[in-house]
Design a protein around this ligand. Structure first.
Ligand SMILES: [Zn+2]
Length: 448
């Protein structure tokens, strides 16, 4: 139990059009909560129960209702082995830095950056990953330091094969001056104009956003604001960071990353479209895996790199399974299942429990399968089993449990049952209770 509470305002179910299957109607359904403040351990628990965040809005797909079910995917950084095509991306990167090959082109419409990083289309969706901390110095340019670099300077374990490969790509040879310098910085997320300008270029070029849709305010709400406490490494290493990439001292890309107790979590990645040919999406994921390794030296509980959601129904989003080995989160049991074992299940069922269900879940399943709920007739067997587990979790939360939760109303802490909004919002709160679980909900103060 943590002693510090988190502050959440449930927002219930919302639906919108879908950026993955490009549905024109509101087929993408999720449950959400506005997070005023969230401790890092609490957010870790949330992501380990299938949640993500966009700015201060936390959401979880309603898996049995939504068009493109999204499951949390993680990569064990200590076990990661780069594939041939991932090594090729590092090779291209090395050539660019050393020889200037494959560099900037005229910004052009790019599509589906293959296995690179595809960007989840909607605002609010996560994007893919990126990260790291090295630099190529043409001559003697001092490296810029980042909080993480100084944090890990005291440790010395063997670098992984991936780290060695990336370092070699980004380090100039003594007798061979590099064509370009490169360095990264990792700093707590804040607004600045250069970063905003790159974001605006990326959104309009890559996502086709209308410039009128963009503003510093919206950018800040999306990629700067965070419910996590302000990070201040090394004493307070957790929080939301911007990992910035500089070529010849010019910002060419940045990742938004959350550093949490057991993972580095990718939030979004933005890059200069002129560097499209360098597969920066893939490169950034590889760099983030190395960053997670490096963070783990100071945060021994940090073992994983979270890539956001894996969406099997969307072929463009399957590239995340290429960062191997990885696990998918079972939405029924909240246990992790190796991706290669989970994929055959997802081939057969759009969504389903991925783990074997225990006796209790199986029992509730038997009950619900005899029900005559119309909706169960039209959804798949897997979704039906998942829905039964969700309904059992919901049924286990009593009105009394919900009334006893703590709420913040007009400057005072009161039992939720005594707030003015109780009647109107109790169903949303009950669902939040079931989705967060008994232990976490007791640490939450509801904002009404
Ligand atoms: Zn969809």
């Amino acid at each position: 139990m943590s002693y510090r509470p988190s502050f959440l305002a449930p927002t219930g179910h919302t639906s919108s059009s879908c950026g993955y299957c490009h549905s024109s109607s509101s087929t993408s359904v999720c449950t959400g909560a506005w997070a005023y403040e969230l401790t890092a351990p609490h957010y870790q628990t949330l992501v380990d129960r299938g949640w993500r965040r966009s700015g201060q809005y936390c959401y979880r797909p309603a898996l049995t209702e939504t068009c493109c079910p999204a499951l949390t995917i993680r990569c064990d950084v200590g076990q990661f082995v780069a594939s041939k095509s991932q090594k090729k991306v590092i090779g291209k990167w090395r050539k660019f830095l050393a020889e200037g090959k494959g560099g900037p082109t005229k910004a052009e419409e790019e599509e589906g950056k293959e296995e690179g990083m595809v960007v989840d289309a909607e605002e609010g969706a996560e994007d893919i990953p990126k990260l790291s901390s090295t630099r190529t110095n043409k001559k003697t340019k001092p490296p810029s330091t980042s909080p993480q670099q100084s944090m890990s300077s005291a440790s010395h374990s063997q670098p992984s094969a991936l780290a060695t490969l990336l370092t070699a790509a980004e380090t100039s040879q003594p007798d061979h001056p590099s064509s370009h310098t490169f360095h990264t910085t990792l700093t707590p997320a804040t607004y600045d104009e250069t970063t905003y300008a790159l974001y605006a270029l990326y959104q309009t070029t890559i996502h086709g956003d209308a410039p009128s849709k963009l503003s510093p305010k919206r950018y800040t709400q999306f990629l700067v604001d965070s419910p996590l406490p302000k990070a201040s490494p090394p004493d307070q290493p957790f929080g939301t960071f911007h990992h910035k990439y500089y070529v010849d001292d010019k910002l060419i890309a940045f990742a938004v990353l959350d550093i949490l107790p057991s993972c580095l979590s990718s939030v979004y990645f933005v890059y200069d479209p002129a560097y499209d040919k360098l597969s920066l999406g893939t490169l950034s994921a590889l760099k983030e895996i190395v960053l997670a390794e490096s963070l783990a030296k100071d945060i021994p509980t940090l073992r994983y790199y979270y890539m956001g959601y894996y969406i099997h129904t969307c072929p463009k989003m399957r590239y995340k399974a290429q960062y191997s080995p990885s696990d998918l989160l079972c939405p029924a049991t909240y246990t992790w299942i190796p991706t290669d074992r989970a994929i055959p299940i997802l081939e057969a069922e759009k969504v389903a429990p991925l783990a074997e269900l225990g006796d209790e879940e199986a029992e509730s399943l038997a009950d619900s399968c005899t029900s005559t709920d119309d909706s169960t007739l039209i959804i798949s067997k897997g979704a039906q089993r998942l829905r039964a587990v969700e309904q059992a979790a919901l049924a286990s939360v009593s009105d009394r449990d919900v009334r006893a939760l703590r709420a913040f109303e007009e400057g005072a802490l009161v039992p939720f049952g005594r707030t003015e909004t109780y009647q109107d919002t109790k169903e949303d709160v009950k669902e939040l209770y079931a989705l967060l679980g008994e232990e976490l909900i007791q640490d939450v103060i509801l904002v009404t």
